[in-house]
Design a protein around this ligand. Sequence first.
Ligand code: AMP
Length: 598
Amino acid sequence: MAVDSVLSSPLGPPACEKDAKALRFIEEMTRNADVIQEKVLAEILTRNGQTEYLQRFKLGGFTDRLTFKSEIPVITYDDLQPEIQRIANGDRSHILSALPISEFLTSSGTSAGERKLMPTIKEELDRRQLLYSLLMPVMNLYVPGLDKGKGLYFLFVKSETKTPGGLLARPVLTSYYKSNHFKTRPYDPYNVYTSPNEAILCPDSFQSMYAQMLCGLYEREQVLRVGAVFASGLLRAIRFLNLNWKQLTHDIRTGSLNPRVTDPLVRECVARILRPDPELADFVANECAKESWERIITRIWPNTKYLDVIVTGAMAQYIPTLDYYSGGLPKACTMYASSECYFGLNLNPMSKPSEVSYTIMPNMAYFEFLPHDPNSPGFTRDSPPKLVDLADVEIGKEYELVITTYAGLYRYRVGDILRVTGFHNSAPQFRFVRRKNVLLSIDADKTDEAELQKAVENASQLLREYNTSVVEYTSFADAKTIPGHYVIYWELMVKDAAHSPSDEVLNRCCLAMEESLNSVYRQGRVADNSIGPLEIRVVKSGTFEELMDYAISRGASINQYKVPRCVSFTPIVELLDSRVVSVHFSPSLPRWTPERRR
Ligand code: AMP
């Protein structure tokens, strides 16, 4: 219930004193966005002014924006690769940051086929925690009573490795779940999960998911929200239930735990809630055995008020499937974050996915915005870009996000394109438009055009002995299967029809493409089971010409026409599908190990 007006905030009456404090903090930060940004930059430059990286430029001890912008170059990950490699190899000198690099966060963005390594420092955990602490106070403004039940969240840790110099390299969420910030978080009635920490922290994804699902089923009446980080993760959980409900209901019926769950800590924590409950088992089995799984989420967890999953950006493709399984429950996209830095939160989390805007919190880092004009030729050393400050962006314009962080990234291009939709006080709000250069994405994987091209080239080597070549190709992220998978349309030129490639050869081409794709893709296939086998659909010869005719009929210029390397527009996908002559799938998993190839 809302507390008295003394606590009230411009965002709405807070649910409790703790929330009031968080909302006041948001107000303070967003009212003074520009001043805070100036302070953040000065703090970063004062602290890190003596680092090797900043010493290369002529800051002369100045920490103001003007000097910073005139002296420090705007860079990408590849520009920083030599410094990152030295840190990874064990150089502990102050290369990027005056504070020790505590670990590397492995981004789902890749460079040369491997995850990018983002250096971080211990105190960044506090900054991330601070952003997390603002999410429920905002949510409580829109959804009352969340302290009366629990959240069923499917959360996972992933494998971690060590760099040659001994630093841990792991995804940012794995780092967070394994931290004391998460493990020993104080009890908060508004943020109680059905998943025990031990289940979340279990490195085996089957055992972890099994235990989290079982606990979620036992507490089905208490569950008020169901979530995962990304939409793809929640769909994977539903698929898991689909595949495993018989065993799960057997466990519930008998009060015994599936022997495939062997992790002693997981067994112990599940034992605390396990009890024979034939009535619950019958109920779940009955729902799961029905042919239609429409509204399965609300049938099994009837008190669910919303889904907590990111459905913006590449995840928008899963909205129809989530709506099917949840009967159109609201989908809350609460935050916008990355391995480099956590950026901000959605102050109106119950808004429709197409209207979601994120407010960047000015205390997280120093933010700049590179005006994004898809038609401009880009910039060179002689014509450096004019970057705009957080408080100065203009409504309706698109920008690429550039960050300067406490951990030692300076004017670093994140690669996300954002559109300004409005302001909360003096802090702008952004719609996530897209990530640059991403052609295909199913889960965390991001495949660009060059990677796809290379994969097609490598796979088509297998066709050589059949005197066959790939004359044209395009791709499609098929989000209708669970997990989703890549579909590659191939138009082939078969010179000797009597000796054309067999089904088995084309299956091997699928695998060869997967072998060529980056490590995040292969991890999704092998370890996370979040991406299904790659599919090649061979289309009739002449199909790509028809595709061009179609584009031209819709106004494309014949001189400038280029085959799109990825399609999503339904009529085009339908046209391609209507010309398919054979379908092939990857027959096995590509190679993947947690170790980096370089
Ligand atoms: P990673 O570096 O693997 O943590 O991925 C971070 C990237 O995920 C961001 O730079 C965005 O491209 C994407 N991302 C994160 N949060 C969101 C969001 N709320 N909506 C859309 N895309 C997001």
